[in-house]
Design a protein around this ligand. Sequence first.
Ligand code: NAD
Ligand code: LMR
Length: 330
Amino acid sequence: VNKPNPVHVAVTGGAGQVGYALLFRIASGQVFGPDVPIVLRLLEVTPALKALEGVAMELSDGAFPALTDVVLTDKPAEAFDGASWALLLGASPRKDGMERGDLLAANGALFGPQGQAIGQHAASDIRTIVVGNPCNTNAMIAAANAPDVPADRWFAMTRLDENRAKSQLAAKSGTPVGEVSNLAIWGNHSATQYPDFANARIGGRPVPEVITDDAWLNGEFISSVQKRGAAIIAARGLSSAASAANAVIDNVRSLNAGTPAGDWTSVGVQSRGEYGVPEGLFFSYPVVAKSDGTWTVQEGLQHDERAADRLRVTIAELEEERAAVRHLLG
Ligand code: NAD
Ligand code: LMR
């Protein structure tokens, strides 16, 4: 019997919170399927290697049939060697009272060298999802430092925002969350993002037909999704981890298996000017993915004046972030 070749999955920040909630689910086959062998390639900073060894001991104790090897390293070249996926979690999280953009000074510089190492060492089919915040602009930095990797292989994670928005709409309408579809997060993974209820559907019907409380949709709904990360930090004293890992899994699965017919998913991708967004910004759009790994931005969605204003605000924030990291863009 021919066994498939293992998928090499590089994860940075493997000893961190999100990593701890993610790695066991990848090893269990929930992402690539129970019969696809996996090699985990875990990158950490040198002082965290001991903790990473502990994580590897627990991975071993999981006796996961699909997990064929675990590589632990503090060298990006080794971590990304032959990787088909790079999940970039390794970066500081924000604390209570901070915005995610406040992390740019501390985290932005990590992503240039990692982008370079991905460009030089990863497999030719590499796809990278940046989770470390501020993830849109960090993804831009990584991609700019790997000019030979096609632009459509870089992603910034806004799936957690999509999932949050779907749960809110399900709860408000008293509908199972699986009935909520076509939910796009537009823009930055930040307090300026626009969770687009107007183009979303519940049981196939436009959300504003099902939830007629416009004040709630345009008010509490949007702001609760925008500020959910901060609310988790205020409640837990730490930023979201299990829900973030869950979103990484959803994100990889959507990009790998494709989005369901008629639906889309939210993910930050490099703008080619779609919907008037300046080229080159990493902007979360409704993305239709196919199982061959290709994807397109869904065209033709309408925005009313209020939504258009919100898009302008999140674009302006991303432009400011880009200006702040010009020196890191290679
Ligand atoms: P954490 O502090 O628990 O873990 C981060 C880990 O990254 C640490 O173990 C640290 O040693 C490691 N690290 C730091 N620099 C590194 C480098 N250069 N190379 C490799 N590893 C490095 O943080 P966390 O709670 O796991 O969060 C990780 C990041 O993910 C944060 O930036 C957080 O804001 C972000 N996040 C994003 C989303 C999202 O929806 N996009 C959701 C949750 C968390
Ligand atoms: C989240 O959305 O929960 C993460 O980006 C962490 C944060 O800082 O909010």
